[in-house]
Design a protein around this ligand. Structure first.
Ligand code: ATM
Length: 248
């Protein structure tokens, strides 16, 4: 089925279910024969996956370099995959995008939001998602969920489960204190509050299927507006300093 391109991003803290919901949405679009590109950040390209490995490890990295590596992964993904897919009028579903940089490197690490804003502008090649679903969850709940996914257990001498090791993915961020994750959540909520026309806040405590339906309802409205509804406005390209969201 041919539809005009749409760019959808999922944002939120660890364990909120972004990866699951991105996949469910992509599956639904595929069932409808809608051409869709599913990507994740950082990742999706050879460079992006290479950087993801380093970024998620506990290898040395200053917060400034961390910011630049996320941006490098982003510009590669936008240039080689996202822009061509949008030009081809596909639906792009992204598991994280620039909102994560504002939340984690800006609010979490305390880096200058104006610097982040202009790097995001550069790395996204000035495109912004049409819709951002913020899967909102208390960081305590999310981190617990995320850690349980990534811990390998073994059986102890009396049959008890003993945590053996955590996979290398997921050490740099999950090991940070709760204050960091609370600040990041504040960053996500501030962005959602500043741009309610773009961001949709979803309670991520709900069962997976309910979140899936809530997301689909909003996407369906955008993709298949009723014949009587006003035509959908074109995806906003963000020219310098205009439609691009301001630093929050
Ligand atoms: P997951 O997408 O698998 O959650 O891992 C990506 C990690 O990178 C995630 N960790 N936590 N919490 C968030 C972090 N991240 C940033 O810090 N900045 C970014 O710009 C992006 C895309 C991700």
């Amino acid at each position: 089925m041919k539809v005009a391109g749409l760019f959808i991003a999922f944002e939120g803290g660890e364990g909120a279910g972004k990866t699951t919901q991105s996949q469910l949405l992509a599956d639904r679009l595929a069932d409808l024969d809608v051409s869709c590109l599913l990507v994740r950040e950082p990742g999706g390209t050879e460079l992006g996956e290479y950087l993801r490995d380093y970024l998620k490890s506990d290898r040395p990295l200053s917060r400034e370099a961390e910011l630049l590596l996320f941006e490098a992964a982003r510009v590669e993904l936008v240039t080689s995959l996202i822009l061509p897919a949008l030009e081809d009028e596909q639906v792009v579903v992204a598991d994280r995008f620039y909102g994560s940089t504002v939340a984690y490197q800006g609010y979490g690490r305390g880096l200058d939001l104006d610097v982040i804003h202009s790097l995001n502008h550069f790395a996204t090649r000035s495109i912004a998602p049409d819709m951002v679903f913020l899967l909102d969850l208390a960081p305590e709940v999310g981190i617990k969920r995320a850690m349980s996914f990534q811990t390998t257990f073994t059986e102890g001498t009396s049959g008890e489960l003993v945590a053996l090791e955590r996979t290398r993915e997921g050490t740099r961020f999950e090991d940070l204190d709760m204050e960091f994750h609370h600040k990041a959540q504040e960053g996500f909520l501030a962005q959602a509050g500043a741009e309610p026309q773009r961001w949709v806040q979803v309670n991520a405590m709900q069962p997976v299927d309910e979140i899936k339906d809530e997301v689909w309802e909003r996407v369906r409205e955008r993709l298949f507006p009723a014949a009587t509804a006003k035509p959908r406005t074109a995806r906003k390209m963000a020219p310098q300093g205009e439609l691009w969201p301001q630093a929050t």
